[in-house]
Design a protein around this ligand. Sequence first.
Ligand code: GLU
Ligand code: ZN
Length: 303
Amino acid sequence: MSDYVGRLAPSPTGFVHLGIARTSLVAWLDARRHGGRLLMRIEDIDGPRTVEGAADEILRDLEWLGLDWDGAPTYQSERSDRYRDALARLGAMGRTFPCTCSRREIREASSAPHGPTESTGAVYPGTCRDGARRRPDRTPAIRFRTEPGDRVEHVDAVLGAIDQDVHTEVGDFVLLRADGLWAYQLAVSVDDLEQGVTCVVRGADLFDSTPRQKLIRALLDPNAPDLDSVHVPLVVDAAGQRLAKRHRAQPIRTLGRSPEAIVGWLARSLGLTTEAEIRPAELVSAFDRARLPSSPTALADDA
Ligand code: GLU
Ligand code: ZN
C-alpha cells in the first residue's frame, strides 16, 4: 500500500462542468495509479456562494463519470473548530494580526497593484500590522503575518518550479474574513495537513496558492510530509476564457453525451487516449502525470 493520499475538493457553488470533471479525473487517475487513497472533501465554507443541493449533485455527477473515492465525504462547514484551533496556534506564534482595511483602502494604499493573489489584486500594504492604524469601529479580518524569509520553493509535476517570496509577492493574506468566513488558504491547509494529504491535484489557477499553503503547513507541523502537487491546465472556451462556473459552462449532464464519451473527450484533451469513449478505470495503467499537457485546452466544438 502506498503512502499517497489525494483528495477531490469540489466547492458546491455550481454544477460539474468539463473543467471540474477534467481536474477530478486527473486527481482520481493520479491516486489510483499510485495505489493511494483518494478522499472526498466538500469545500462548503463560503456560505453565501454555496448552492443548496449542489454538493449531492456533484457527488452524483462524479460517480456517473465513473470516479469514486475512499471513505465518506467530509464537509468543511463542519470543521470550524479545527480552523479556529489552527488560527489560535498561528496567533500564538505571532503569525496573525487583525486588519480593518477595506478592499478599496488596500487597493489605494498598495504600492504593487499587480500582486497575484488577493481579491483586491494587490499586495497588502501592511497598514494594520503594528496596530496603530487599525480602526476600532470596524470588525477585523485576521491576516497571516508574513515575514522576510517566507520564501517557498516548490516543484509542480506539470507546471514545474515556483519560487515565491510570499512576504513581498503576496503579502499578509486573509485567514478569517471580516464577515466571519474562513478563508480558503487556511481551511485547505488545515484540512490537507490533518487529513494526511500528500498530493493536491487541482486547477492551474491555484498554482500560486501552493507556497502560502506550504508555509502554513510547515508552521502547523514542521514534520508534515512535503506536499506534492499536480496543477492541471484549465479548459478554456473558444475565446480563451476560463471555463469557470461564472461563465456559460454547461453542466456535463446536459451535454447529451454518455459518461464514456465525456471521459473520452477529457482523456483525449489530456493526451491520455485516442479512444472516443472510455471508462476512467481503463486509463489507470497507462496514466503518467509527467506527460500531462502544461498549457490550457480550448473547448473543441465536438465536446
Ligand atoms: N475547492 C476548490 C475548487 O473547487 C479546490 C481547492 C483545492 O483543490 O485546493 O476550486
Ligand atoms: Zn489592515
